[in-house]
Design a protein around this ligand. Structure first.
Ligand SMILES: [Zn+2]
Length: 213
């Protein structure tokens, strides 16, 4: 496990702005499933080349991207962000009554935003599982949006492991991406993929790389 200190979210009352200049230390995300059980993944068209943005992932972003977390109760802001990011990227909505909180903990992952100089790096994550309502779309900011079944999800996780172990180059991974590394960690913890725990930990360490180019 990476031993670097990780961040707590800014508490209500802390300064924050919409589309924050600095990382706010939060991540809200959604594990959205199709009635047939497939999982929704998206890949943004990244404005910058950053390790933290490589790969496919469930929809998610910083809480302050959509909500002013200085004025919104944090619990509500996380759920609102997960829902809004899903709608904005894919047009899908959450089925009322199907929403469950499945991840509520911190991780030392990096992001493409400059760190807040007043606190340590990483994010406090909340991930919500929900069933999808609507037809899958794709916003202009997305490179792709898709449903994946369990075996496809495993293939994507294996691709990421190969990349993090150096068997696949950065360019090859960009051209044919697997999962974003932090998601190998979360989906390993949620027992949605089968990977060597050491490889899951290594993927988490790679998720903490801050390189951009
Ligand atoms: Zn961040």
């Amino acid at each position: 496990m990476a031993s670097s200190p990780v961040a707590r979210p800014d508490p209500p009352g802390a300064p924050a702005t919409m589309h924050a200049v600095h990382c706010d230390g939060t991540r809200a995300a959604a594990l959205v499933t199709h009635p047939a059980g497939e999982l929704l993944l998206v890949e943004p068209l990244a404005p910058v080349w950053a390790y933290s943005l490589l790969g496919m992932a469930p929809p998610g972003t910083h809480v302050s991207h959509h909500t002013p977390i200085d004025t919104t109760p944090l619990d509500a802001a996380y759920l609102f962000t997960a829902q809004h990011e899903t709608i904005e990227n894919t047009s899908l909505r959450f089925e009322p009554g199907s929403i469950r909180l499945v991840v509520d903990r911190e991780a030392p992952d990096a992001c493409h935003l400059p760190p807040n100089p007043h606190r340590s790096r990483g994010h406090y994550w909340r991930v919500f599982a929900a069933r999808a309502v609507g037809e899958l779309g794709k916003s202009p900011t997305m490179r792709s949006t898709r449903w994946v079944n369990r075996s496809e999800l495993q293939v994507l996780a294996n691709r990421t492991i190969s990349w993090t172990l150096g068997d696949v180059t950065d360019e090859q991974f960009h051209d044919t991406p697997g999962l974003r590394p932090v998601w190998v960690w979360w989906l390993h913890l949620l027992q949605m993929i089968e990977v060597d725990p050491r490889h899951a930990l290594h993927a988490l360490a790679v998720a903490g790389r801050e390189d951009q180019r």
